[in-house]
Design a protein around this ligand. Sequence first.
Ligand SMILES: [Mg+2]
Length: 396
Amino acid sequence: MKITDIRWTRAFIPIEAPLRYSIGSHPGFSRIIIEVDTDEGITGLGECYTGNSREGQLADLKPMLIGEDPMNLERIRWKVAPPSSVKLFGYVLAYAGIEFALLDIQGKALNRPVCDVIGGKIRDEVPFAAYLFYRYPNANGEGEICNAEQMVAYTEALIAKHGFKTIKYKNGVLPPDEEIDTFIALRKQFPKHRIRLDPNAVWTVTTAVDVARRLHDYNMEYLEDPVWGMRAMQRVNAKAPWVTLASNMSVFAFEDIGPTVMSDVLDVVLLDPHWYGGITRAKLAGQVCEAMGVDAGMHSGAEFGISQAAMLHLAASTANLTLAADSHYHHLVDDIITGRFEYKNGAMKVPVGPGLGVTLDRDKLAKYHELSNKQEMGMWSDDPRRPNRVITQPKW
Ligand SMILES: [Mg+2]
């Protein structure tokens, strides 16, 4: 089998209300959908982060991939995405989207789901966290979340609808005093739920330690990236050793795992099939964590259904990925695949169809591509409500 063509399409799908995080806000989610054609008539689906640089990378990689056998993943990785070019020139995200498509082709050729192609599944469904954000009101003036009361009410509705057992509270948006109040309000309302915090490295070490101290008795599942960089994470760990520390910002590439583990600072590494260069690489990273006694979770970067499927197959086949995974999926109002993934008791079923197990809805792709021409956003989304903002890191 030979790769004959690679095509990609940007798409923008609206969300319930604009999400806020430490650096900016998401007005909706924008992604690039990738299609890889073969001479046997099988087309594989992939998906990656959006942006002009990503489209340029796909254009760079395309001529090197035409004529390659999609079953030959190891050769292809070394040909177009060796560690040096991935790390130094940032090709990892575009390559990861292609790797999803190649695995989709392999699964379709073998008539088996991707999780079987990468070693078989260890679980049939994957638990996810209720991913909470502060939000701006949407165009109808609805959906705003800007205080503890609104966050608790929103979380109650979300858990009633989807059955989540774990809560991820994305913070780093409001002053830490207000966010501590919200964490305590969530803990009181949901005494049995696991609750994790992620301020996206916008705190000083002093602030992170202060928050850890004030939340000492409120049973935090873990604190994710309170500060920027491994040295600062080491200092938080030294000053607040009772806190479980997680990261997808200080450690986000294969080469980061060894030094991270050896420094004995992190308890949880958040895997991501995009950032680690594909499903197979993220699974391998998970196995390194297994061997090193570090827990594995899964990061989410505002995916559509194709990436969601990739994450489900990864989680299905990675035994030690036992923590509830993160997902932005419940914020989307629609998808570009036929049908949509659904939560039941806070979990999603792993697709069983051949390949990734999802089918592109071409009408929806066309509709949301059209929308992407009207409302494009880059890799780091802007925050129109805070023009000329300069977000320092740390901020508090
Ligand atoms: Mg994070």
